[in-house]
Ligand binder design. Structure first.
Ligand code: FAD
Length: 501
């Protein structure tokens, strides 16, 4: 060994090490929900949350674009165990306040290590534990070990959003901004703005900026379905007036939302045309008969095959109707010095271009994983209910729902994993690894999320990096809450797919 190598080895040995029974990566809504369930159901387990940012909240801390809000209701996006008392659709600030209260009330805050970024995770079968190399406070190395690793790092890279390779992008002399890295100093008062995209983010940004800009143009390649719904819920408002306990109202609201979602999902498969007519009818009512609804608001996919973006009180339609914003459906030919040249031959001038073009989905946050020295390629692993992964011991990932609120699945996963941890103890085992049974070995592989089911661009772009799913339980991940609410709690932990040691 030469001198620098031996010095490196010495430095590695000197890195401080902390051990916990369970390590949770991420202090977003999933990490907080996980910590709650772990404290409730496995109170004897020591645990810590490692969070790379300076505070909790994940998505709601990272995103700072104008108008940032949920597009799910907070009765189901919030926790089952903490009543939501505001209007159904909440701003990022309201969500962060709610999460902050939850952390304090449940004594979770003392378990969170902020500014701790996990750089790698390696499993050793000799020690039956994970070792996480962590960089904290911008440079200091630390090592954490644990028996069970619970990945709550979300499903996309927080560092940078996705921007397609637009031809000539470098020629534009104005400012280009991605919603995921919104600059504090962006002054858009009286400026001409183009927002590229028409997903939930664009639908939030356009009305939020419209009042201040000279004009906002939402430029889309193809239309999206929007669900214009009232900001308030009459039933919930009535229950609140009747002075009914907030815990009851929360539960009633959750059931109502789930019932409505079930109906919408059912209709999207069984009567897609009538559902489509309803959504487009609302667009027509807001935008008027002269507006070209067919061109700008009639998508070419089945409703619900992509997330149905909520527009509270029809705010997007209202600002288009008022003339403060407009929508252009065309394709980008290239960026120019002054804006964008379109394939139709038209040009759009702008001072600012906002690329609401989505995010970079990733498996396990792109953290390199190894098991006994072998690199783990998650695209080669089979998802076990989309929670555990074949060949990867003592590790779970929270990947929530894309149509129902994300947190509904975080809850199901938490209960399942806590049950698994208790089962390990009852058996006197310390390791559980998912493995295909003999009869599973001929299974045909399907994508983690099937495009027939859900085909949003951000999913399709990175689906090749995601684990596989099979064609039978427990190797399937249906993305269907109404199915999983029965199958996950009833999961047989001794069906031969979980190998205990
Ligand atoms: C703009 C936007 C709006 C959305 N709105 C909704 C909605 O209304 N309803 C809905 O159901 N879903 C919505 N989603 C999806 C949303 O991401 C999830 O619902 C939810 O917030 C995910 O929570 P999470 O805790 O799993 O992950 P995240 O919120 O992504 O949090 C993950 C945390 O892990 C941390 N982390 C990541 N990597 C590391 C590492 N290597 N080391 C340490 N820490 C790490 C991150 O810093 C972050 O704090 C939205 C997504 C976006 C981008």
């Amino acid at each position: 060994m030469n001198m620098p190598e031996s010095r490196n080895a010495l430095q590695r040995e000197q890195v401080p090490v902390s051990h916990f029974d369970v390590l949770i990566v991420g202090a977003g809504i999933s990490g907080i929900d996980t910590a709650y369930h772990l404290r409730q159901q496995c109170p004897e387990k020591s645990f810590a949350l490692l969070e790379s940012q300076e505070s909790f909240g994940g998505t709601w801390l990272t995103h700072k674009f104008p108008g940032i809000r949920s597009d799910s209701d907070l009765f189901t996006f919030g926790f089952k165990w903490k009543p939501w008392t505001g209007v159904p659709i909440a701003t990022a600030e309201e969500i962060l306040n709610y999460l902050g209260e939850a952390i304090e009330e449940q004594q979770i805050s003392e378990h969170i290590h902020y500014r701790h970024q996990v750089k790698s995770a390696s499993w050793s079968g000799d020690d039956n534990q994970w070792t996480l190399e962590v960089v904290c406070n911008d440079g200091e190395q630390q090592r954490f070990t644990c028996n069970f690793l619970w990945m709550c790092q979300g499903y996309y890279q927080h560092s940078e959003g996705y921007t397609p390779d637009f031809p000539g992008i470098e020629r534009f002399t104005g400012r280009i901004v991605h919603p995921q890295t919104w600059p504090d100093d962006l002054d858009y008062k009286n400026k001409r703005v183009i927002v590229i995209g028409s997903g939930a983010t664009a639908a939030t940004i356009v009305p939020a900026m419209a009042g201040d800009c000279e004009h906002v143009t939402m430029l889309q390649r193809s239309p999206t379905y929007f669900y214009a719904r009232p900001k308030n819920d009459e039933v919930i408002d009535l229950l609140r007036k009747l002075d009914i306990p907030k815990e009851w109202i929360h539960e009633i609201a959750r059931r109502k939302v789930l019932h409505d979602q079930f109906e919408t999902t059912r209709r999207s498969f069984e009567e897609p045309e009538s559902l489509q007519n309803e959504l487009l009818g609302a667009a027509r009512a807001y935008l008027g008969d002269d507006f070209d609804i067919k061109k700008h608001f009639t998508p070419n996919y089945r409703v619900w095959r992509q997330r149905l973006a909520v527009i509270p009180d029809g705010d997007l339609y209202k600002c288009i109707r008022s003339g403060k914003a407009s929508v252009v459906t065309d394709q980008i030919d290239s960026f120019t010095e002054n804006g964008i040249a379109l394939k139709s031959g038209e040009t759009l001038d702008a001072d600012i271009i906002v690329t609401a073009t989505g995010f970079n989905m990733s498996a396990m946050g792109g953290i390199p994983f190894s098991v006994d020295g072998q690199h783990v390629d998650f695209s080669k692993c089979w998802g076990h209910r989309g929670i555990l992964f074949s060949g990867v011991p003592n590790m779970a990932w929270v990947f929530g729902y894309l149509r129902t609120s994300w947190t509904m699945r975080a809850d199901l996963v938490s209960v399942f994993v806590c049950r698994l941890l208790k089962h390990l103890e009852e058996k006197g085992a310390s390791v559980v690894t998912p493995q295909l049974r003999e009869e599973d070995k001929d299974m045909s592989a399907r994508p983690f999320i099937e495009s027939e089911n859900f085909n949003a661009g951000y999913v399709m772009r990175k689906i090749h990096l995601m684990p596989k799913q099979g064609d039978r339980e427990p190797w399937v991940f249906s993305q269907d809450y109404f199915q999983e609410r029965d199958t996950i709690p009833a999961a047989d932990l001794e069906d031969g797919t979980l190998i205990y040691r």
